[in-house]
Design a protein around this ligand. Structure first.
Ligand SMILES: Nc1ncnc2c1ncn2[C@@H]1O[C@H](COP(=O)(O)OP(=O)(O)O)[C@@H](O)[C@H]1O
Ligand SMILES: [Mg+2]
Length: 387
C-alpha cells in the first residue's frame, strides 16, 4: 500500500519562537509544515499548494488581513482555508474583521489541542466543500449528457414522424387512386355486362321465342321452353351481378333508392329482415361520398349475413348538421375482441377497406360491439363547396 502523503500546512509568522511552537504542535498532529516569515514569502509559498495556512496578523511588510484578501482573490489560492492566529489582535472586533475573509480565527494563548481541533475542523469543512462541488459537477455532467441524449432522441423521433407522415400521405394518395380505378373498372364491367352481354341474351331469347312458335314436336318445344327459362335466369343473374358491381341507381336517382334496391335483394337472399331509414334531408351527395356510403352499407350487411347470426339489421342514414351519419346495426353475437382495437376493426380486408374508403372522403368509421350486437357508424363531413 503506498504511504499516505502527509498534509502540508503553511505557517506564516515573523516571530521565530511562535513559529517554532506552532510547527511543533502541527507536526505533533501529523502535519508537514512549511514556514514563511512575511507577507511576500507567504503569497509565494501559498502557490505551492498547502492544504491550509495559519496566518499571523502583525507582519513586517503587510498585515495578515490584507494577505488573506490577496490569497482569496487569487484563483490559485482562493480554495485554501486560512486560519488567523494572533498574539496581539485578540479582541472581538479583530476576530470579526479577520473572519470577513479568513475561515477561522484563534487568539493566543492557544493550546495544542485547540489548534489541532480547529485545523482538523477547517480541513474537514474544505474536504466536504470539495466533495460537494465534485458531486455537483458530476451531476451537472450527467444532466448534460442526459439532456443531449434526450435532444438527440427527440430529433430522431421528429425525423421519423416526418418520414412516417410523408409515406402515410403517399399510401393514402395511392389508396385513393386505387379506389377510383376500382370504381371505374367496376362501372365499365357492369356496363359491358348490361349492354353487350345482356343484349346478346335478349337477342338469343327472341330467337328462342321464334323457334318455340315454329317447332311443333312437343319434346323439342319443351327443350326450347327450358332453354328460355335458363336464359331468363341467366339474364336475372347477370343484371344482379352488374348492379352489385356498380348500381346504376346510384348515379341516376341517388343513394336512398340504391340502398333500398340493394337491401331488398339482400333480404330475399339471406332471410335477414332489414329496416332502412334515410333522412329526407340527406339529398344528393358528392359521387365519391355516395359510393363510399353504398359500399359501407354493402360490406356491413354482408358481414351481418356472414358473421353475426343476427335475424335483423337496421340502416340509418341521417344528416347531422354539417355531417352525414350512416349507421348499420345488428342484434348478433358481436365482433371478437381480438379483432377490435378501440372502435376500429383491425383484422379483415372488408372492414379495413371500408374504413379506408370512408377516410378517403374525409370521414371516420367507429365500431361498437358486444355480445348483444354490433353497430358500425360512418361519419362523413359535408364540404360546403360541393353540397
Ligand atoms: N356484424 C358483425 N358481427 C360479428 N362479427 C363481425 C361483424 N362484422 C365483422 N365481424 C368480424 O370482423 C372480421 C373482419 O371483418 P371483414 O374485414 O369484413 O372481413 P371478412 O372478410 O372476414 O368479412 C370478420 O371476420 C368477423 O369476424
Ligand atoms: Mg367482410
Amino acid at each position: 500500500m503506498p504511504k499516505k502523503e502527509p498534509i502540508k500546512i503553511l505557517t506564516v509568522d515573523d516571530n521565530e519562537a511562535l513559529r517554532y511552537s506552532l510547527r511543533r504542535s502541527l507536526q505533533g498532529g501529523g502535519y508537514e509544515v512549511i514556514e514563511a516569515r512575511n507577507g511576500a514569502e507567504a503569497l509565494a509559498m501559498a502557490e505551492d499548494g498547502p492544504a491550509l495556512i495559519t496566518l499571523d496578523i502583525n507582519l513586517p511588510d503587510m498585515d495578515g488581513f490584507e494577505i488573506c484578501r490577496k490569497l482569496k482573490a487569487n484563483p490559485k489560492t482562493s480554495h485554501i482555508p486560512v486560519l488567523h492566529i494572533s498574539a496581539t489582535y485578540v479582541k472581538a472586533e479583530h476576530r470579526i474583521r479577520g473572519l470577513e475573509a479568513a475561515d477561522g480565527y484563534l487568539a493566543e494563548p492557544i493550546s495544542r489541542d485547540e489548534l489541532l481541533a480547529t485545523v482538523g475542523a477547517l480541513l474537514r469543512l474544505k474536504q466536504a466543500e470539495r466533495d460537494a462541488k465534485s458531486h455537483a459537477a458530476e451531476a451537472e455532467i450527467a444532466r448534460q449528457e442526459l439532456k443531449q441524449a434526450h435532444d438527440e432522441l427527440e430529433a430522431r423521433v421528429a425525423q421519423r414522424t416526418r418520414e412516417l407522415a410523408e409515406s402515410n400521405g403517399q399510401i393514402l394518395e395511392l389508396t385513393g387512386k386505387l379506389f377510383k380505378l376500382q370504381d371505374e373498372e367496376r362501372r365499365r364491367i357492369a356496363r359491358e355486362l348490361h349492354d353487350s352481354t345482356g343484349q346478346m341474351l335478349t337477342a338469343m331469347k327472341m330467337n328462342l321465342d321464334r323457334m318455340s312458335r315454329q317447332v311443333k314436336q312437343p319434346d323439342q318445344k319443351a327443350l326450347i321452353t327450358e332453354t328460355i327459362a335458363i336464359n331468363d335466369d341467366l339474364t336475372r343473374q347477370l343484371r344482379t351481378m352488374s348492379y352489385l358491381l356498380h348500381p346504376p341507381l346510384l348515379d341516376e336517382i341517388g343513394l336512398p333508392s340504391a340502398i333500398h334496391w340493394y337491401t331488398e335483394g339482400f333480404s330475399e337472399r339471406s332471410g335477414i329482415k332489414v329496416d332502412v331509414k334515410v333522412g329526407s334531408d340527406v339529398g344528393r351527395l358528392p359521387n365519391d361520398m355516395e359510393i363510399a356510403i353504398f359500399r359501407f352499407v354493402q360490406e356491413a350487411l354482408t358481414n351481418i349475413h356472414r358473421h353475426s347470426g343476427s335475424p335483423t339489421a337496421e340502416i340509418r342514414i341521417a344528416r347531422k348538421g354539417e355531417r352525414i351519419e350512416a349507421e348499420v346495426v345488428d342484434a348478433g353475437k358481436g365482433i371478437a375482441a381480438e379483432k377490435l382495437r378501440g372502435d376500429q376493426v383491425v383484422q379483415g380486408i372488408g372492414m379495413m377497406g371500408i374504413q379506408e374508403r370512408v377516410r378517403q372522403v374525409g370521414g371516420t368509421v367507429a365500431v361498437k360491439s358486444s355480445d348483444r350486437g354490433t353497430s358500425i357508424t360512418a361519419t362523413l363531413p359535408l364540404i360546403p363547396a360541393v353540397q
